[in-house]
Design a binder for this molecule. Structure first.
Ligand code: ADP
Ligand code: MG
Length: 704
């Protein structure tokens, strides 16, 4: 609250934005509770609770013109009704219109009155998302309205906003309460937190107008622009949101930087020992990045460094060298990986490298349970030098004695929040650990600036010598037999082969089944060669046994689900077949392909696809054939799919912007950075209030 006293605006004017929601007329405890679930507690939270999208009920689409994936409003007459109880009760209603086509409406939740109303001949006006059905198109749970016999359907005059909401809170009530909050919007000058001079320089229009426009687009609004998020009002808000995120990360970084970290000096002797034992020499890039890391570690302020390097560029050894600095200074290192398989591989590498130096490496994954777990926890609490695991390392109950360094591999799968949670682990002695983040996703500059503004970046921009580029071809599934023929020939030459099953099924079980089918097929076709199988449903021990057998050359072919996507390292494997490659994104294809081409032999990758190829899939496969440059692939990926996917943060929600979209709005970023710099330096109070306004207490960026 101290900052508020320092506001340049007259302190006599109370800020209506910070009033609790209960002060709004007609807002009782139940509504306050529902809004609270959405993280909305103050009046200004409602101002900035922005529509997710708009529904266009301003027109009616003919059934013949509907396209799957779109939301549309349709008017039609019920032609047939069917009630089914096969797996669960359902109500299927077929409607038809003048375009002489039929659309299926499907309801799984319905009451008796509803079922009785929806009879043949009823006219309906409905709105929903169109999907492919077994025959033709369908809408599942459309919103609908019955029309009287001769009643003309009335379409809306303006777009209706659709807000993020929670169970028990309907759009109508949300729209109403947001309206009440908007009535309290202060005059433009008072609402604005970006200083006027900066607004002028960068052509930023009124925030107040933008908010009102976005919440209630007028009837003459430019529909196309609004639906795409490209309207100037949306762009104005996107600018402010991106700016706030940038400021939040910069602040976070500043806060962390003010803390003290243990000084981890360079352990020359240990470094020499490890390097001497390696079967290779570091590349110049590995050396440079190791030095950058070493310099950071020797400071009394926490390192926050992202090491990016393409698949196979050798990030692991850089991490191991950093670990030695912590060990030498008597501090613990925690290394986290996103999957068990990858964590296990690190465990093996680290044990192989560090145990000869007398350094013990502890294993702590989610699957370590019972007594083994208790013992491992005790050793961690007692100061075990190096601890490797999955995100289980962050769980409650894992206490470190003296955590000095945290290494997070494949960062793009962890969010900022998770990064912070680990930070907290090290705070017993008031020292926070250094952080080293490794990622194989080369992050385009614009994104790095925005999503990783809290990190310094080092690049391992060189692959170890002797790697031969992977020849990549795309082959239709119709020529599957030829591909298997080719595998046969490769095996006969003593090469090892990955066969990757990539069916994107929702459940691990279905994925495992698909892999089992492929395994049986290949076993039958490749008589005389050992074919192994690995998937996510297997026990860690069994997975390990299969990987070991493949690594030892006892298996000629390994059929795998995408569990092998990250990190697996078998240099003798030189042919990879990826099934259903058209379904994968570029980043994933690139990761997978990175499993071959690790040895000196020329490697090949066969992208099997199921025709016909869509436009996007065609472009992706084309990119894969043309280049193996991870950076180009990432840029292309960003272009084709958008940043949430590129950063792999869609699931973690880390980049869940309310209105901004990094790929659509990337052109705003240079100005965001310029304004951000000025605000941090000259307007600390407005900066705090912006962060408070957009991020609030929900994501504790600022006071982590
Ligand atoms: P990534 O950056 O994808 O994590 P890894 O650290 O797994 O790459 O390294 C990939 C492979 O390259 C490993 O087998 C590793 O031992 C090997 N390697 C790492 N650095 C070098 C080097 N300088 N020269 C030759 N091989 C190297
Ligand atoms: Mg790796």
């Amino acid at each position: 609250m101290a900052t508020r006293n320092a506001r340049p605006v007259s302190p006599a004017i109370a800020d209506p934005g910070i009033a609790p929601l209960a002060t709004l007329p007609g807002v009782g405890p139940a509504l306050v509770a529902s809004l609270g679930k959405l993280g909305l507690t103050r009046v200004q939270d409602l101002w900035f609770h922005l529509p997710l999208r708009y529904e266009d009920k301003t027109r009616i689409t003919a059934i013949a013109d509907l396209r799957a994936g779109e939301r549309a409003q349709v008017e039609g007459v019920v032609e047939a009704v069917e009630r089914g109880f096969r797996h669960r009760p359902q109500l299927k209603v077929a409607i038809g219109d003048a375009s002489a086509q039929t659309l299926l409406l499907r309801f799984f939740h319905f009451n008796r009155a509803q079922a009785e109303q929806l009879v043949r001949g009823t006219r309906l006006l409905c709105y929903g998302e169109v999907r492919h059905a077994a025959q033709g198109l369908e809408m599942v749970h459309p919103s609908y309205q019955r029309l009287g016999g001769s009643e003309a359907s009335v379409v809306d005059e303006q777009l209706s906003p659709v807000y993020p909401t929670t169970e028990g809170l309907g759009q109508k009530r949300l729209v109403a309460v947001i309206g009440k909050a908007l009535a309290l919007l202060p005059p433009a000058g008072q609402l604005e937190l970006i200083p006027p001079a900066l607004c002028r320089t960068h052509g930023l229009t009124s925030l107040r107008d933008a908010l009102l426009y976005v919440h209630r687009p007028p009837p003459d609004a430019h529909l196309g622009q609004l639906l795409l998020g490209r309207h100037p009002a949306q762009q104005r808000l996107a600018f402010e949101e991106l700016l706030t995120q940038h400021l939040g990360l910069k602040r976070l970084r500043a806060v962390v930087r003010q803390r003290r970290a243990p000084v981890l000096g360079a352990p020359r002797q240990l470094h020499r020992q490890l390097l001497r034992a390696l079967p290779f020499r570091l590349t110049a890039a590995q050396q440079r990045v190791s030095e950058e890391v070493a310099r950071d570690l020797a400071q009394a302020q926490p390192m926050l460094r992202l090491v990016q390097g393409d698949v196979g560029s050798g990030k692991t050894v850089v991490a191991a060298l950093a670990t030695l600095a912590a060990v030498h200074a008597g501090y613990q290192t925690a290394l986290m990986a996103p999957t068990e398989l990858l964590a296990e591989q690190h465990l093996r590498n680290f044990r192989q490298w560090l145990q000869p130096l007398g350094i013990e490496v502890e294993w702590l994954a989610g699957k370590v349970t019972g007594k083994t777990r208790r013992q491992a926890l005790a050793r961690v609490a007692d100061g075990a030098a190096v601890v490797i695991g999955t995100h289980a390392l962050m769980q409650e109950g894992v206490a470190f004695a003296r955590l000095g360094l945290v290494i997070v591999d494949e960062q793009h799968r962890f969010g900022v929040q998770q990064r912070l949670a680990l930070h907290e682990k090290g705070r017993q002695d008031r020292l926070v650990p250094h952080q080293l983040v490794l990622t194989a996703t080369p992050i385009p500059r614009t994104l790095a600036m925005s999503a990783y503004a809290d990190l310094d970046v080092s690049s391992i921009d060189e692959l170890p010598p002797g790697r031969t580029p992977v020849q990549t071809i795309a082959v239709s599934n119709a020529r599957r037999a030829e591909v298997i023929e080719r595998i046969h020939a490769a095996c006969a030459e003593g090469r090892q082969v990955y066969w990757v099953c990539t069916l994107i099924e929702e459940s691990e079980q279905l994925r495992a089944q698909a892999a089992e089918v492929a395994h049986a097929e290949l076993c039958a076709a490749l008589e005389g060669f050992a074919v192994g199988l690995i998937h996510g449903r297997m026990k860690a021990k069994d997975k390990q046994a299969v990987m070991d057998a493949f690594k030892a050359g006892e298996l000629a072919v390994l059929v795998a689900t995408t569990v092998i996507e990250v990190g697996v390292d078998v240099p003798n494997a030189s042919l990879m077949v990826i099934e259903n490659s058209e379904r994968l994104g570029l980043a994933q294809l690139h990761q997978l392909r990175g499993r071959v081409g690790r040895g000196a032999v020329a490697s090949n990758c066969v992208l099997l696809y199921q025709p016909p190829l869509g436009q996007l899939a065609r472009e992706r496969l084309q990119v894969m054939r043309e280049t193996s440059d991870g950076f180009r692939i990432a840029e292309k990926d960003l272009e084709l799919r958008g940043p949430g996917e590129v950063l792999g943060t869609r699931q973690t929600g880390q980049l869940a912007f309310r209105i901004a979209d990094l790929s659509r709005d990337a052109h705003l970023l240079p100005a965001v950075q310029a304004v951000g710099e000025r605000m941090l330096a000259e307007f600390p109070d407005q900066t705090s209030r912006l962060i408070e306004r957009w991020i609030g207490g929900a994501a504790r960026f600022a006071d982590a």
